[in-house]
Design a protein around this ligand. Structure first.
Ligand code: ATP
Length: 259
């Protein structure tokens, strides 16, 4: 299903990001090359602290790289102002953060409708599309509740619906199934898969969840901020087959690691 001939929608080469300095420096992302291609879902896996979230934030322009190049089409992130990066996130890149970032004073429906209102849709149309998207993540009937009245898993599904409602060209999601049971994780994955299935779109999904890996076209594995393995869906015959490879990739090189 994955072909190198597919056009690249986001290309990162040699990207690096460290936190702290001197003896306390943490090399969160230490020279990663990654290309998101049209029609492709990439699962980003790795042990806790391996740099997955930092990588996702770099790809979404939420965090500036210390080195390397990130390009979306002909735009080089390093040359874009913060305002231009924000505009890029409004128009082409949607991000589901681990913290969900829902507005607590708005209902779930209005949270999902917000990106549509910001892009100029009428209130009625925005609410109609938002309602459809909430139904697709199993949240029909919860649209009138505000985030503090929702469980973590419910907020997670609202955040996924909000990220997808604008049909972004690039979707970046951080542990979108982390608080979900298997049934709801499957629904969210199927929804995310629609992004990859749509021509011209791409998604990168950070996850520990084999369900996510199973729905991805490609899995990349990070260890200590470096990409140590990459394999395609064709190589994943089942979640059981993925587990040994994933485990071996995430447990090697970690002993005595002192970043
Ligand atoms: N703002 C920060 N300041 C200092 N160190 C940070 C910061 N953010 C992340 N780190 C460190 O960078 C490394 C990578 O963190 P990151 O959150 O990217 O890993 P992760 O793979 O997403 O982890 P998890 O699966 O636990 O969410 C970790 O050692 C973390 O402690």
């Amino acid at each position: 299903m994955v072909s190198n001939a597919r056009s690249s929608v986001l290309v990162a080469s040699g990207i690096r990001k460290s936190y702290g300095s001197g003896d306390a420096i943490v090399r969160a992302v230490a020279g990663v090359d990654i290309t998101l291609r049209a029609g492709e879902i990439v699962a980003v896996m790795g042990a806790s602290g391996s740099g997955k979230t930092t990588l996702l934030h770099l790809l979404g322009g939420l965090v500036r790289a210390d080195g390397g190049v990130i390009r979306c089409g002909d735009r080089d992130f390093a040359t874009l102002s913060d305002a231009q990066l924000t505009a890029l996130r409004c128009s082409e890149i949607s991000i589901v953060l681990q913290s969900y970032n829902l507005l607590p004073t708005l209902t779930a429906l209005d949270n999902v409708a917000l990106p549509l209102l910001l892009s100029g849709k009428s209130r009625a149309r925005a609410r109609e599309l938002a309602s459809d998207k909430l139904s697709q993540v199993g949240m029909a009937g919860h649209g009138g509740r505000r985030p503090p009245q929702l469980s973590g898993g419910e907020q997670q599904r609202v955040a996924s619906a909000r990220a997808l409602v604008n049909e972004p060209r690039i979707l970046l999601a951080d542990e979108p199934t982390g608080n979900l049971d298997r049934k709801n994780a499957e629904s969210v994955c199927q929804l995310l898969q629609q992004v990859g299935a749509s021509a011209g779109r791409a998604a990168a999904i950070v996850s520990h969840d084999p369900v996510v890996a199973y729905h991805a076209d490609r899995v990349i594995v990070l260890v200590d901020g470096q990409l140590v393995d990459s394999f395609s869906r064709n190589e994943i015959l089942g979640a059981e087959d993925l587990a040994p490879r994933y485990l071996s990739a995430t447990t090697s090189n970690t002993a005595g690691c002192d970043r």
